[in-house]
Design a binder for this molecule. Structure first.
Ligand SMILES: Nc1nc2c(ncn2[C@@H]2O[C@H](COP(=O)(O)OP(=O)(O)O)[C@@H](O)[C@H]2O)c(=O)[nH]1
Ligand SMILES: [Mg+2]
Ligand SMILES: [Zn+2]
Length: 290
C-alpha cells in the first residue's frame, strides 16, 4: 500500500494511509543502502498485523528535496520566521535561509512575527527589503493577529518553518496546531505514543488540507557546497540582470560594466541583499579552496 510518513520516533515510522496510521519499522534494506526514511516521504508499506496497525516500510518514492537538520523530506514551502521584537532581525541569516530555500527548490516566504511588540521602523525595513521579492506576512503568534493571512500565504502544500532561535517558530506551530487538534489527537490516540516527546519530527494536517512540519526548526544551515557562479541565481531580483554585465563570468563584485552593482547604486537591488550575496560568495570561495 502507498502511504506518507507523518512522524518518526525512536526507530518507528508512522505511516498514514487515508485516515489510518500504521506504526511501522523500516526494512533492513534501507540501512544497507544508507537510506533513512524521513517524515514527508511517500512510501510503500506492508501491513503485518492489521488489527494492531503494524507495518513495514518497504520502499521510498523519489523526493522533491530533503533536509538533514531537521530530518524532513518533500517540503513545498519554507516559511522563514523573523522577529520584529527580540531577537532583532539579522538580514544575513534571513538571506542564507532564503538561499537554502531556493537551492532546495521550495517556495520561500517570510513571516514577520511579534508585531505586538514591533518597532515600526524595523517592520518597515523588512517590508521594503523583502515584499517585492517574496510573499511577506506580519503576525503575532502571541495575540493571533495575522493568523488568517499566514494560513492563506502557506497555501495547501507542505510547510516547514525556519529562523533564528527565539523568533517564535514553536509558538507559531502551536498556534496552527490548535486548529488541527482533532487530527493530531487522533494520531496520538491510535499510536499510543507522541506525548511528552521533545526531540521527534511530526507533521500534521490543517483543516484546509495543508501540512505543517512540527520540528525543532532550521536555525542553522550547512555551508553551501556549490559553485560560486550558481549563487546569483538564488537571488530572484538578480536573475533578470544575469547575462547583462560586460563580462560573461561577472561575479558582480568590482568588475567594470556590471549590471548588478549598477542596480544596487540606483536602488533597484537592496544594499543589504547585495551585501548578503557578497558575504555568501566569500564563504563559497573559502569552502571551495579549503
Ligand atoms: N511578544 C511576543 N512574543 C512572542 C511571540 N511569539 C513568540 N513569542 C515568545 O518568544 C519566545 C520564543 O518563542 P519560541 O516559539 O520558543 O521560538 P523558537 O525558538 O523560534 O521556536 C517565547 O518566549 C515566546 O512566548 C509574539 O508574537 N509576540
Ligand atoms: Mg522552537
Ligand atoms: Zn556583474
Amino acid at each position: 500500500m502507498k502511504g506518507r510518513i507523518v512522524k518518526a520516533l525512536s526507530g518507528f515510522y508512522y505511516v498514514r494511509h487515508g485516515d489510518d496510521v500504521y506504526e511501522s519499522r523500516a526494512r533492513g534494506v534501507f540501512k544497507k543502502r544508507g537510506q533513512t526514511p524521513l517524515v514527508g516521504d511517500e512510501c510503500e508499506f506492508e501491513v503485518t498485523h492489521e488489527g494492531d496497525m503494524e507495518a513495514f516500510v518497504t520502499k521510498l518514492y523519489p523526493r522533491k528535496n530533503s533536509f538533514i537538520r531537521p530530518p524532513i523530506a518533500n517540503v513545498d514551502t519554507l516559511c522563514i520566521v523573523v522577529s520584529v521584537g527580540r531577537p532583532a532581525p539579522a538580514p544575513g541569516v534571513i538571506d542564507r535561509l532564503l538561499v537554502m530555500a531556493e537551492e532546495a527548490d521550495t517556495h520561500a516566504m517570510i513571516c514577520v512575527n511579534k508585531i505586538d511588540e514591533a518597532d515600526e521602523e524595523t517592520l518597515r525595513m523588512l517590508q521594503e527589503t523583502y515584499s517585492d521579492i517574496y510573499p511577506l506576512v506580519s503576525i503575532s503568534a502571541k495575540t493571533g493577529e495575522g493568523k488568517e493571512e499566514l494560513l492563506s500565504a502557506i497555501g495547501s502544500g507542505r510547510t516547514a518553518f525556519a529562523g533564528a532561535s527565539g523568533v517564535g517558530k514553536s509558538t507559531i506551530v502551536n498556534m496552527l496546531k490548535a486548529s488541527a487538534e482533532a487530527i493530531t489527537g487522533e494520531l496520538s490516540d491510535k499510536t499510543g505514543r507522541g506525548k511528552n516527546t521533545t526531540r521527534h519530527v511530526e507533521s500534521f494536517i490543517l483543516p484546509g488540507g495543508a501540512v505543517i512540519y512540527d520540528t525543532p526548526g532550521f536555525t542553522s544551515f550547512e555551508i553551501p557546497g556549490k559553485e560560486e557562479a550558481d549563487l546569483q541565481f538564488m537571488f530572484p531580483e538578480m536573475r533578470p540582470l544575469i547575462g547583462k554585465c560586460r563580462f560573461d563570468n561577472c561575479r558582480h563584485l568590482a568588475e567594470p560594466g556590471c549590471a548588478v552593482t549598477e542596480a544596487v547604486e540606483n536602488g533597484k537591488i537592496k544594499k543589504s541583499r547585495y551585501d548578503s550575496y557578497v558575504s555568501q560568495l566569500e564563504d563559497i570561495r573559502k569552502s571551495n579552496s579549503y
